[in-house]
Design a protein around this ligand. Structure first.
Ligand code: FAD
Length: 386
């Protein structure tokens, strides 16, 4: 039995899905893992270089069809996220934001011209996108956003700010959601535009191998064709978020798996009171609970992936998966940390890095509380958001 897959979830995946997963796993082993401690410590990562390499293995916008995208199914995309996040949630965030937020927004709401201009370059990683929805005062409730886009002749003039924007300072294009006379609409904003500023957020204790930024728009003038013509209302950015959350359903468990692997390995070599830590019942109970949660989470992820691939996925399903699997991964990471004792707090082992990262994952793409409210609404028919 594979101790990291006690429920034999691997048997649920096709050869093609597993081949894609293995390609990403090898890439992470060769290119990402050896550098993670350094990137995390420095609070940075060579995102531009990495994006081109990630583009070359086909994971950027991989579940989209055409325009240079790989066109895989959703499950394969989930497994790729699982491997990327087993390395680091920050690297998975780079891929999620590029593919599921920025590229998906263009794919779903853009004109043919916009798709042809941006998607092939973004799939190749030669152009980087970010997605600006959250504002300093409006995270869980983006409907309150203050950023505006006002018509001036055929142009649009953008004013306002966005906060906590992944890839913001390195992006070539920002998908910005703004209030207009016709409700919330999406805009393609080249970051070279006059009036655009990105300020990197420093001092993060989580997702340090990821770039997070504030975006500021001051009388930023855009041509008429910067509007994503098919975007309409808040449901458009929320649909993008649902795409990215789907990746997290699989992804977070990757971090959990990496922690379980580290804990098993450590417990089998570390001697306490004259015998290996793995031989103690308390340790085995911890490992068993971790394996159980990982296994259950993988079964849930696979189910949600199949629902997505057969076109019957509902937002409530994604909420269940995101809520459960991030919570499970965080619990696994914290428990693994206890098994590693003092060593567990260092960057020599991955567990505390994953645990810290997962605190962000618990908050972004809908907090746990928001997902509980989504599920509660599905159960009762009553919205308890306000
Ligand atoms: P708040 O909305 O202020 O919530 C604070 C607390 O109140 C939370 O516990 C929340 O669950 C709770 N709460 C909220 N509403 C209710 C309610 N009705 N009932 C009970 N409790 C409630 N955003 C982007 O647009 N693009 C990005 O690329 C992006 N990247 C991010 C990267 C990182 C590292 C982080 C940390 C965040 C990122 N975000 C991004 C922002 C993220 O989506 C928001 O942080 C998230 O939506 C929560 O908003 P908030 O932080 O303002 O918290």
């Amino acid at each position: 039995m594979n101790p990291l897959d006690l429920v034999a979830a691997d048997e649920l995946f096709s050869d093609e899905e597993l081949a894609i997963r293995d390609t990403v796993r090898r890439f992470c082993a060769d290119r990402i893992r050896p550098n993670l401690a350094t990137w995390f410590e420095q609070g940075d990562l060579p995102a531009r270089e990495l994006a081109v390499e990630l583009g070359a293995i086909g994971v950027l916008g991989m579940h989209l069809q055409g325009y240079g995208c790989a066109g895989t199914n959703a499950v394969a995309y989930g497994l790729a996220c699982h491997e990327l996040e087993a390395a680091d949630s920050g690297v998975r965030s780079l891929v999620s934001v590029q593919g599921s937020l920025a590229m998906y927004a263009i794919y779903a709401y853009g004109s043919e011209e916009q798709k042809n201009e941006w998607l092939p370059q973004m799939a190749a990683g030669t152009k980087i996108g970010c997605f600006g929805l959250t504002e300093p005062d409006f995270g869980s409730n983006p409907a309150g956003m203050r950023t505006t886009a006002k018509r001036d002749g055929s142009d649009w003039v953008l004013n306002g700010s966005k906060m906590w924007i992944t890839n913001g300072s390195i992006a070539d294009v920002a998908i910005v959601w703004a209030r207009t006379d016709e409700g919330i609409r999406g805009f393609l904003v080249p970051t070279s535009s006059r009036g655009f500023t990105a300020n990197t957020v420093h001092g993060k204790l989580s997702l340090r191998a990821s770039i997070t930024s504030e975006l500021v728009f001051e009388d930023l003038r855009l041509p008429a064709d910067a509007l994503l013509p098919r975007s309409k209302g808040l449901s458009s950015p929320l649909a993008c978020l649902n795409e990215a959350r789907f990746g997290i359903v699989f992804g977070a468990l990757g971090a959990g798996r990496d922690c379980l692997e580290a804990a098993i390995s450590y417990a089998s070599t570390r001697e306490v009171f004259d015998k290996p830590l793995s031989g103690y019942q308390l340790t085995q109970a911890k490992l068993a609970e971790m394996a159980l949660e990982l296994g259950k989470g993988m079964l849930l992820a696979e189910r949600i992936g199949r629902l997505k691939d057969n076109g019957t996925l509902k937002p409530e399903h994604v909420s269940m998966g995101k809520l459960n699997n991030v919570r499970a991964a965080l619990q696994i990471a914290r428990e693994a940390r206890t098994i590693l004792g003092a060593n567990g707090i260092t960057l020599e082992y991955p567990v505390m890095r994953h645990a810290n990262n997962l605190e962000s994952v618990l908050t972004y793409e809908g907090t746990s509380e928001v997902h509980l409210l989504v599920i509660g609404q599905a159960l009762t028919g009553v919205s308890a958001f306000r």
